[in-house]
Design a protein around this ligand. Structure first.
Ligand SMILES: NC(=O)c1ccc[n+]([C@@H]2O[C@H](COP(=O)([O-])OP(=O)(O)OC[C@H]3O[C@@H](n4cnc5c(N)ncnc54)[C@H](OP(=O)(O)O)[C@@H]3O)[C@@H](O)[C@H]2O)c1
Length: 264
């Protein structure tokens, strides 16, 4: 049977939370590469918070997805046909092929996986965009010093999990904030944070005070909103705050109004 492409396109723009009806599944002919192009079979797709912003109508730091277009996304795939001098069939590649099974690429945004010994998915996680974000934000903005207290929100997520582990390696007391007991257990037992506060359990201010009795020297923030407000009340003089993301506002009518209200 002839192989087809299958892709998820944006069907309509959400004004609040994303639902299945905002997407449409489309079956298409398998694209074929022209001279200087490759055909990639997508093996892994990373679903990331930034995608919510790309679904909005308004202006953003990156181009929005148009209605009917394939959703954007970081991918790891395999070259299955090549008319490009730098790629051969079988190459494993990191790229942005989006929510689809196959995609043609001119090779400009494709990178061969640097180290075949590592699991392919690591290039979408700890060794990819989220890990680099954590490394840059913690190192460049947070500048953690041994003995300091570092707090990380969304601590079990792709970025927060790496930021917290890097803070531990730097010799800091590392406190995570996550939603639910199971996530907090994972953050402490698997990721090695010193403590984790469950913000869904209530009493965040008191719980944070208990987990960070010497105050907060570095805050790596992924969520904004009330959690940011609470941590700000506990920062020490000279504290550094890496404002990495504001996910608590992404599901609002527009991310601009949701986040700007926090600082008004
Ligand atoms: N600046 C950059 O270049 C850059 C790059 C990558 C990511 N980011 C930002 O970094 C943040 C984390 O990204 P990620 O890839 O690590 O995300 P992720 O792995 O998808 O984790 C997202 C987590 O955020 C938490 N969350 C969702 N809604 C929340 C709310 N209303 N209040 C509190 N927590 C909430 C949830 O964890 P709980 O269940 O624990 O609440 C969720 O599992 C996002 O804000 C993202 O936009 C920024």
């Amino acid at each position: 049977m002839e192989e087809k492409n299958l892709k998820v396109v944006l069907a309509s723009r959400p004004t609040g939370q994303v639902e299945l009806s905002h997407f449409r599944l489309v079956e298409d002919a398998l694209p074929s590469p022209s001279e200087g192009e490759v055909l990639v079979r997508v093996k892994w797709l990373s679903l990331d918070p930034y995608m919510r912003g790309r679904m909005n109508e308004g202006k953003s730091y990156a181009a929005r997805v148009e209605i009917g277009e394939t959703m954007v996304g970081g991918t790891v795939g395999e070259v299955v046909a090549s008319r490009h001098p730098k790629f051969t069939v079988g190459d494993k590649v990191l790229g942005t092929q989006g929510w689809q099974r196959f995609a043609v690429s001119d090779g400009k945004a494709l990178v061969k996986l640097p180290d075949p010994r590592l699991p392919e998915t690591v290039w979408l996680g700890a060794a990819g965009m989220p890990g680099i974000t954590a490394w840059m934000g913690l190192g460049q903005i947070g500048s953690p010093k041994s003995g300091e207290t570092v707090v990380v929100s969304s601590a079990s997520g792709a970025v927060g999990s790496v930021a917290g582990q890097l803070a531990r390696i730097a010799g800091c007391r590392t406190v995570g904030i996550a939603g639910g007991a199971a996530k907090c257990d994972y953050v402490v037992q698997e990721l090695g944070f010193d403590a984790c506060v469950d913000y869904k359990a209530g009493g965040l201010d008191a719980a944070l005070k208990a987990a960070a009795p010497a105050g907060v020297d570095v805050y790596f923030d992924n969520v904004g909103g009330e959690i940011l407000d609470t941590v700000l009340r506990r920062v020490n003089p000279g504290a550094r705050i890496a404002l990495c993301g504001l996910i608590s506002g992404y599901g609002g009518a527009t991310s601009r109004s949701a986040t700007s209200s926090r600082f008004s």
